[in-house]
Design a protein around this ligand. Structure first.
Ligand code: FES
Length: 119
């Protein structure tokens, strides 16, 4: 794949690392919050059943702040034009577009997310 094609489709592969983000309470149940990490802003969602999701905060449509969207059962609805994003894989089925998602978990009451490492 040429570097131009790579730039259009995805970022280059970089080693992944787990990053301590915040205490679990920083994201209230049923809501999302934005966090700045390195060169990106990610949205973290905490469903009412306790499940956590993380994805890029920028909507694939026109960059709306997904962390401010309406959180449903495994989905978020963008606050700008209502695209519905599936949080498990970042896919917006109606528009055939996607946002990047990140592995996320908790360790001793803190939110930890897996991110590409710094080169
Ligand atoms: S910016 Fe998200 S739907 Fe338009």
């Amino acid at each position: 794949m040429s570097s131009a094609a790579l730039a259009m489709n995805e970022e280059p592969q970089r080693a992944m690392r787990w990053v301590d983000l915040a205490p679990l309470e920083a994201v209230p149940l049923g809501q999302g919050r934005a966090f700045v990490l390195d060169d990106r802003t990610i949205a973290v969602f905490r469903q009412r059943d306790g499940r956590l999701y993380a994805c890029d905060n920028q909507c694939p449509h026109r960059g709306g702040p997904l962390s401010e969207g309406i959180l449903g059962a495994g989905t978020v609805i963008c606050p700008l034009h209502s695209w519905k994003i599936r949080l498990e894989d970042g896919h917006c089925a109606a528009e055939n577009a996607s946002v990047r998602v990140y592995p996320i978990t908790t360790v001793e009451g803190r939110i930890v997310v897996q991110m590409p490492g710094v080169d």
